[in-house]
Design a protein around this ligand. Structure first.
Ligand SMILES: O=C(O)CCC(=O)C(=O)O
Length: 257
């Protein structure tokens, strides 16, 4: 079997805490998934806006009109997401990055950042949202359309995962002080449809405002090593949490031990 990513990619991930995998799925597959996302958003017809209150502070003059569309646990809405969750092109990279054969689902989340004022995310680590003992929780952001900088692509602070868990501000959703961690100083990770951005739960990241005239459509999968235990009773409600995406759960689903 050929390695899903090169040793240079692995070394870069260890060093920087993130890795953009180009063309993990084809442009055609990404377009089909984009259609799935927009059809799902239309079926949901939700008028609740998941924009973090803390995002207003980094949105500048657009603060009063930013918005987002989202959906948790998309694989419970369409089988297309369920198929992608267990696709070896994804799960083999996931296993290589967490450094073990077994990959377990934490949760999934679709984001559509609407044109012109799609909301930013202030800089943060994912760790405070769902802390785990061994910090193997990892995000994979699938890009279903192009995400250049003007569409509010994800931004990261390379190497920040090596600082361990940082103190966050809880109000307005867990985030780092914007004056200490300005969004504009973080490294943009522009991506094309079909690319997947992986980063560790300790990697400081955020994303900018979508100022373009097109939506940015992404799907975020959070996964972990099944032997990594949550250290707090946080975010335990996602449907399908604990589903095995690759390999086995050696703990046999025991919660202690
Ligand atoms: O999709 C993005 O722009 C960032 C999302 C994010 O940082 C998060 O959900 O924690």
């Amino acid at each position: 079997m050929t390695a899903p990513i090169s040793t240079d990619d692995l070394a870069s991930y260890d060093e920087n805490g993130y890795l953009l995998v180009k063309n993990l799925i084809s442009g055609q597959e990404a377009r089909a998934m984009r259609d799935e996302c927009h059809a799902l958003a239309a079926r949901l017809g939700s008028d609740t806006d998941p924009t973090w209150d803390s995002a207003r502070a980094v949105a500048g003059p657009a603060a009063g009109r930013t918005s987002l569309k989202h959906c948790h646990d998309t694989q419970f809405h369409s089988a297309a997401f369920a198929r992608l969750l267990v696709d070896p092109r994804f799960t083999d990279v996931a296993a290589a990055l967490i450094g073990g054969p077994n990959v377990q689902l934490h949760h999934t989340k679709m984001f559509i950042k609407p044109p012109e004022s799609g909301s930013p995310f202030p800089m943060h680590q994912d760790h405070p949202f769902f802390p785990h003992a061994k910090h193997t929780v990892t995000a994979a952001i699938f890009h279903f359309d192009d995400a250049p900088e003007e569409k509010g692509c994800v931004r990261v602070v390379p190497g920040s995962h090596r600082n361990g868990p940082l103190p966050h501000i809880e109000e307005g959703s867990w985030h780092l002080p914007p004056d200490v961690w300005p969004l504009q100083d973080a490294r943009p990770c522009p991506a094309e449809a079909g690319d997947v951005l992986f980063f560790n739960c300790l990697t400081v990241h955020g994303s900018g405002l979508n100022t373009s005239d097109e939506a940015r459509t992404t799907w975020l999968v959070q996964f972990r090593d099944p032997e990594d235990r949550p250290t707090a009773d946080e975010h335990t409600w996602s449907l399908g949490q604990g589903m095995m995406l690759r390999g086995i759960d050696p703990t046999a689903r025991r919660t202690e031990g």
